[in-house]
Write a protein that binds this ligand. Sequence first.
Ligand code: SF4
Length: 135
Amino acid sequence: MDIRHTATTCPYCGCGCGLTLETSQGRILRTSPTPHSPVNEGRLCIKGWNVHDFVQHADRLRKPLLRTGSQWQNLDWDNALDIAAARLAHIRDTYGPDSIGVLTSARCTNEENYLLQKFTRCALRTNNIDHCARL
Ligand code: SF4
């Protein structure tokens, strides 16, 4: 069996522990702590040890869904983003920028959180942005 080891960062919280994913044939077999990571020094919490479970879980959403009443419809990403952009613009222009609030996540990287606050302030034109670590 051809096994690959990929060093990466745990996405579960803002600590950013280093971990290594063991993969074979496109599947993650297990997760282990990166021994020399200065953040976690060879340790992981229980969430880090099991971080790969959600990636391959059968219930994981893999495509955008649009709800119409009680029905769910699969969409491609271009359509989903067009619809989300149009609806956000409609809400902002109809009810004002402060009618929208954005909550970001510790699962995002610093760069993703930075982009989201830029998007919120520049595109949505509101300062209503917060992070789950403050909730
Ligand atoms: S292993 Fe635990 S403490 Fe480390 S980043 Fe993941 S969730 Fe956070």
